[in-house]
Design a protein around this ligand. Structure first.
Ligand code: GRF
Length: 187
């Protein structure tokens, strides 16, 4: 089934989705990758000839206009599922109206703890000994949607935000691939 992936960053989760998509039994196909900025991760899609697009907030008169352009760009690819893989903006009403219940997001903390843009930093600052990642269904709130899968990661005494995020990403990628495979498997 066709999926669209939205990114803002290095696209390691996107890369994992693309690698898994090469398997003959993979139920999904990445048909487009859209970013809100010149994300370095777009290179993963370009390398495989997958169409990419950048939809910048700054190119729009306001947030509502950006929301509409984004939803239209995604809709053009006709996806069954939309995957936010390190997409650092909230999606607005147009996306939720068109794809409600069919958008998933990955978050680098064990929700409902540490929602928002700094899940790794916030968990570290709080001093938790176990954190991890969550794959959720996107709703109108900030990381409030139904939890689809989680994996735990131990916090080490000498962890920095970067070292902890690195280990979280190592479990986040297979977890996301797993959920996307499950949601696109034709029964
Ligand atoms: C992921 O850990 C994601 O959950 C977080 O930022 C990271 C994005 O990494 N919001 P990448 O762009 O997939 O490498």
């Amino acid at each position: 089934l066709p999926i669209v992936v939205l990114i803002s960053g290095s696209g390691s989760n996107l890369a994992a989705l693309l690698t898994a998509a090469r398997a003959a039994d993979c139920p999904y196909e990445v048909v487009a990758v859209i970013a809100d900025r010149d994300a370095s991760g777009l290179a993963h899609a370009r390398a495989e000839g997958i169409p990419t697009q950048v939809v910048r907030l700054a190119d729009h008169p306001d947030r509502a206009a950006w929301d509409r352009t984004l939803a239209a760009a995604v809709a053009e690819a006709r996806p069954e599922l939309v995957v936010l893989a390190g997409f650092m903006k909230l999606v607005g009403p147009p996306m939720l109206e068109s794809f409600g219940g069919r958008i998933v997001n990955t978050h680098p903390a064990l929700l409902p703890s540490f929602p928002g843009a700094h899940g790794v930093r916030d968990a570290l600052a709080h001093g938790v000994k176990i954190t991890g990642c969550s794959v959720i269904e996107v709703d109108a709130g900030v990381d409030t949607g139904r939890i689809l899968a989680q994996a735990a990661v131990e916090v080490l005494d000498d962890d920095t935000e970067a070292s902890l995020h690195e280990r979280i990403k190592a479990v986040e990628q297979p977890l996301l691939v797993d959920v996307v495979r499950r949601l696109t498997a034709v029964s």
